[in-house]
Design a protein around this ligand. Structure first.
Ligand code: SF4
Length: 367
C-alpha cells in the first residue's frame, strides 16, 4: 500500500551542517540519534562490549566510552572494531588519548577543552589527524569544568559563559578548516542548559548534542532531561541526545527513545495507553498495565494498546487504540480496532491482550 505520511512534529528541525559519527549521520538531514555512556571499565573489553550490546539492543545509536588511562586507550581499537554501533571516546585531560582514539578507529572523540589545558596548541594536529581518519569531534563544554578565564569573566557557569567557551573552541577547529564537530553546553540546571542551547543555536549551524549533566537518579533525571530536551526539541533544536541518569545505561537509552517518540521525532514503537485509574475503576489498573507492559516488552510492532480501568471511558479510549481492554465486573472487554471482539474473565485479560497483540503484529508484517 501507500506509505503512511510521517507523523507531524511540532516545529521543523533547525538547519545544521552535516557529518558522520561512524555510520550514523549527525545534523538536520539525519534522524536525531540517541547516545549513552558505558559504566564498565573500558579496559575490561568483554564487559564493555557486553554493555554496548545491551544498549544497542535497547535502541542506542552511538555509545561513548571513557578513556582515563593508558590501559583504556589500549582497549579502544578492539572495542571500536567489535562494537555494533559507533563509539565515541571521551577524553578529559590528556591530548595523547585524543590521538590514540582517532587512530583506534573511534567514530568520534569528545574533547572538553576546558579540561585539556594545552588544547589551544594542539588543535591543529588534532584536526589534521581527525580529518585523515574520518573521525568527528564533539566539543563538550560543561558547567562543572569551564575554562578558568571564562569563570573569571562571568563569575560562574552562566549560559553566556558556556556559549562563549563553545564558540571559542569551535573557532579553534574552524581556523584549521575542520568542521565535522558537534557541540554540547551541558549544565546540571535545566533552565541554564536550555538558555545556553538557545543562544548557541542562534550563533551558528553546528549540530548540537543535548544533555543535562548530573541530572540525578532515574526519577529526577528523567524529568529534568524530558523537560529540557522537550523544550528544545519541540523548537527544532537538538541533533543527538544523551539522557544522564544515575542508573544503568540501558535506562538512559529507554528514556531518550521515549522522549523522541513522544515528540514524533522517532517512529513510535509499542505505546501503552493506560488510564490513571479513579474511584470508578473495577480492576487494579496499575498492576494490569504493568503486566501488559512486561508481557509486550520487546515487541517491535508500533501498536497502541489501551488499558482502561472501567467501562465508562474505557471503550472510547480503547477504540482509538489498535487494541485495548476496558474492565468491569471482574471481566475485560477486549477491543481490536475499535470492535469488542470478546469478553474474558479478569485473570485472562493479560494473556488475551498479548495473544491479540502478537496476532496484530503478524498481520502488520504481512501488509
Ligand atoms: Fe476512571 Fe474508568 Fe477513566 Fe480509568 S477509565 S480513569 S477507571 S473513569
Amino acid at each position: 500500500g501507500m506509505p503512511a505520511a510521517p507523523p507531524p512534529v511540532i516545529t521543523p528541525r533547525r538547519k545544521t551542517r552535516q557529518f558522520n559519527v561512524g555510520s550514523v549521520g549527525i545534523g538536520s538531514n539525519s534522524p536525531i540519534s540517541v547516545q549513552t555512556m558505558t559504566t564498565t571499565k573500558t579496559y575490561d573489553i568483554n564487559a564493555t562490549l557486553q554493555q554496548i550490546a545491551e544498549v544497542t539492543a535497547a535502541g542506542c545509536d552511538i555509545v561513548r566510552i571513557a578513556c582515563p588511562t593508558d590501559k583504556d586507550a589500549e582497549a579502544l581499537p578492539i572495542i571500536a572494531m567489535k562494537s555494533q554501533i559507533p563509539v565515541i571516546a571521551d577524553i578529559h585531560f590528556q591530548p595523547k588519548y585524543v590521538f590514540a582514539a582517532i587512530e583506534a578507529g573511534c567514530g568520534a572523540v569528545r574533547v572538553n577543552p576546558g579540561n585539556i589545558r594545552k588544547f589551544d596548541d594542539q588543535v591543529k594536529e588534532i584536526a589534521a589527524a581527525a580529518k585523515d581518519h574520518g573521525t568527528s569531534i564533539r566539543i563538550g563544554v560543561n558547567g562543572g569544568s569551564l575554562h578558568p578565564k571564562l569563570l573569571k569573566k562571568y563569575g560562574k557557569a552562566t549560559p553566556e559563559a558556556l556559549v562563549e567557551s563553545a564558540i571559542w573552541e569551535a573557532s579553534l577547529f574552524e581556523e584549521h578548516g575542520f568542521h565535522d564537530f558537534k557541540i554540547s553546553v551541558k549544565h546540571s540546571d535545566p533552565v541554564i542548559m536550555v538558555r545556553a542551547y538557545e543562544l548557541l543555536a542562534e550563533s551558528g549551524d553546528w549540530p548540537l548534542h543535548l544533555g543535562v549533566t548530573e541530572a540525578g537518579p532515574t526519577f529526577q533525571g528523567t524529568i529534568k532531561s524530558s523537560v529540557a530536551f522537550g523544550s528544545l526539541l519541540s523548537r527544532g533544536i537538538g541533533d543527538t541526545i544523551r539522557v544522564s541518569l544515575s542508573a544503568p545505561p540501558v535506562e538512559e537509552v529507554k528514556v531518550g527513545n521515549q522522549i523522541l517518540e513522544s515528540l514524533n521525532l522517532r517512529p513510535r514503537k509499542l505505546d501503552i495507553v493506560s488510564c490513571p485509574s479513579c474511584g470508578r475503576a473495577q480492576v487494579d489498573v496499575y498492576t494490569l498495565a504493568e503486566k501488559v507492559t512486561a508481557g509486550l516488552e520487546g515487541m517491535k510492532a508500533p501498536l497502541r494498546v489501551a488499558v482502561m480501568g472501567c467501562v465508562v471511558n474505557g471503550p472510547g479510549e480503547a477504540r482509538d487504540a489498535d487494541l485495548g481492554v476496558a474492565s468491569g465486573n471482574g471481566k475485560g472487554q477486549i477491543f481490536v480496532k475499535g470492535e469488542v471482539i470478546k469478553t474474558v474473565p479478569e485473570d485472562q485479560i493479560v494473556e488475551t491482550l498479548i495473544e491479540e497483540a502478537n496476532r496484530l503484529a503478524e498481520q502488520m508484517d504481512l501488509d
